[in-house]
Design a binder for this molecule. Structure first.
Ligand SMILES: [Fe+2]
Length: 188
């Protein structure tokens, strides 16, 4: 199996998964460390939501939903059943949880105490979801992709990944978002 990023349909995505998992782990540590009865570390949670929204969901999931999954469909996999359907469903669940976190952060900042425990719950649910989601993607779907996507199709996919990596996400480059993750990890 090819392993370097420019000759594998999944190496770059697996690498991005590791960064997403690191930030999810930092978020779970923040939730565990600050006092359960008090407000969560709002600034850190907010930086995590920005990372999950722009890096995980926009930069990373775009590569999967618009590039890798269609390439797998072209190899005969179904989009509305099986592993791709499960991954798409979980992406939607993750989006809903991050949206909830963003809304709850606004409420916590406005001093609404009841929103604090909901923010903790939504954050913990997101960490659990993204962790099991990535395990399934790495262990099942990407293993299948590595078997069936090769040659020119693989080259075209990697070139398309690189193009997406040159985009800006709400004004941020991919490197800005990697640096944002670095800052979260340093603080945690
Ligand atoms: Fe992924």
């Amino acid at each position: 199996m090819p392993s370097d990023r420019s000759s594998s349909p999944t190496a770059l995505l697996r690498e991005e998964h590791q960064l997403i998992l690191s930030v999810a782990d930092a978020l779970s540590r923040v939730l565990a460390v600050d006092s359960p009865g008090g407000p969560p570390a709002v600034d850190t949670v907010e930086r995590c939501t920005t990372f999950f929204r722009l890096f995980a969901d926009t930069c990373h999931h775009s590569k999967e939903e618009y590039l890798l999954f269609p390439a797998l469909e072209a190899c005969g996999m179904q989009r509305d059943a099986g592993p791709i359907a499960v991954m798409l469903y979980e992406h939607e669940q993750g989006r809903a949880l991050v949206r909830a976190m963003v809304e709850l952060l606004v409420q916590v900042r406005a001093g609404i105490r009841e929103a604090e425990s909901d923010l903790r719950t939504a954050s913990a649910n997101f960490v659990n979801l993204i962790t099991s989601h990535i395990a399934k993607e790495d262990g099942i779907l990407f293993e299948m992709a590595d078997q069936v996507i090769e040659g020119p199709t693989c080259d075209a996919l990697c070139a398309a990944y690189a193009e997406l990596d040159d985009e800006r996400y709400e004004g941020h480059s991919k490197q800005d978002l990697v640096d944002l993750a670095g800052g979260i990890l340093e603080a945690g």
